[in-house]
Design a protein around this ligand. Structure first.
Ligand SMILES: NC(=O)c1ccc[n+]([C@@H]2O[C@H](COP(=O)([O-])OP(=O)(O)OC[C@H]3O[C@@H](n4cnc5c(N)ncnc54)[C@H](O)[C@@H]3O)[C@@H](O)[C@H]2O)c1
Ligand SMILES: O=C(O)C[C@H](O)C(=O)O
Length: 305
């Protein structure tokens, strides 16, 4: 009997707490109490991906439509004027969520107090090169920036490395910033994941949002393995395995895999520059799912160690 009374009391208290929490949130919305701005570092901000990602962040694509942000933009001295141009455009776009912009060529100033670090700074490969061919140039950048992040970023800073070779640069950053928890250092493989979703949705003529749980194994490189063994599509007859719906193992085992593996090179061949808008969008997906969680029964996709 005592247990029943205790359980009833717990339920009543939980209900009251939940009710109060809802009322407080409702009042905050009513009174327009704003959340504290989140500080987001974008390195290589004067480059292609930088130019594509900063308006996405400032519009709430990364952290949601009610999360104010302060952008910390870092690039190198030779492009300082272009970086300032990006800052001017951000002012001119009058984004309501954007509470400030720091544009600098000083890594310490850039890293000061940042909660999220999107590491794009570095050199892209050109046609005919593999991603590992830019390793010697880019790895040294990550060695140098690791200590600025370690010393000056917020304690719980979440790091996303995009510059190639992304997995190696993230590993270097982890080695040279040992006090940043390992779980907070990731690299971008979400672009490969999104590319796989795009291929499946085109092939089956279904909405990309109805395709779930594709996995990319391995590095963000031409040796990666896009895996649809657990992938499903939401249909009017319920969740169906991708393999069953495609019903063409040859396509799934050959063309699908090589298309995803080689998509970066195909874009460089077509644009004479590497992917930028899809990379920026995938970076927003990565951080959004990491910080805000994934919807329903979907997994998080990112490179971790
Ligand atoms: N992981 C992925 O899915 C993915 C996707 C696309 C591109 N990338 C990689 O992202 C990187 C950037 O691509 P991009 O197209 O924006 O290149 P970009 O050349 O247009 O821009 C790179 C920027 O980084 C800056 N930079 C160079 N050294 C720096 C340093 N020490 N500190 C700060 N900034 C520095 C450059 O001045 C330039 O403005 C490349 O390495 C590219 O291969 C990765
Ligand atoms: O392919 C590249 O060099 C850029 C990027 O890694 C991509 O996959 O688009």
């Amino acid at each position: 009997m005592d247990h029943v009374v205790l359980l009833q009391k717990i339920l009543v208290v939980s209900f009251i707490v939940a009710l109060f929490w809802k009322i407080i949130r409702y009042m905050c919305n009513l009174l327009h109490v704003e959340k504290e701005p989140v500080r987001i570092l974008v390195t290589g901000a004067a480059g292609q991906i930088g130019y594509a990602i900063v308006p996405m962040i400032a519009r709430g694509v990364m952290l949601g439509p009610d999360q104010p942000v302060i952008l910390h933009l870092l690039d190198i001295e030779p492009v300082a004027e272009a970086l300032n141009g990006v800052k001017m455009e951000l002012t001119d776009a009058a984004f309501p969520l954007l509470k400030g912009v720091i544009a600098t060529t000083d890594p310490i100033e850039a890293c000061m107090g940042v909660n999220i670090a999107v590491m794009v700074g570095g050199f892209p490969r050109k046609e005919g090169m593999e991603r590992k061919d830019v390793m010697s140039k880019n790895v040294s950048i990550y060695k140098a920036q690791a200590s600025a992040l370690e010393k000056h970023a917020a304690e719980d800073c979440k790091v996303l490395v995009i510059a190639n070779p992304a997995n190696t640069n993230a590993l270097i950053l982890k080695e040279f910033a040992p006090s940043i928890p390992e779980k907070n250092i990731t690299c971008l493989t979400r672009l490969d994941h999104n590319r796989a979703l795009g291929q499946i949705s085109e092939r089956l003529d279904v909405q990309v949002s109805d395709v779930k749980n594709v996995i990319i194994w391995g590095n963000h490189s031409s040796t990666q393995y896009p895996d649809v063994s657990h992938a499903t599509v939401h249909t009017s007859r319920g969740e169906k395995p991708v393999r069953e719906l495609v019903s063409d193992d040859k396509w799934l085992n050959d063309e699908f895999i090589t298309t995803v593996q080689q998509r970066g090179a195909a874009i460089i061949k077509a644009r004479k520059q590497s992917s930028a808008l899809s990379a920026a969008s995938a970076a927003c997906d990565h951080i959004r799912d990491w910080v805000l969680g994934t919807p329903g029964n979907m997994g998080f996709h990112g490179g971790i160690f």
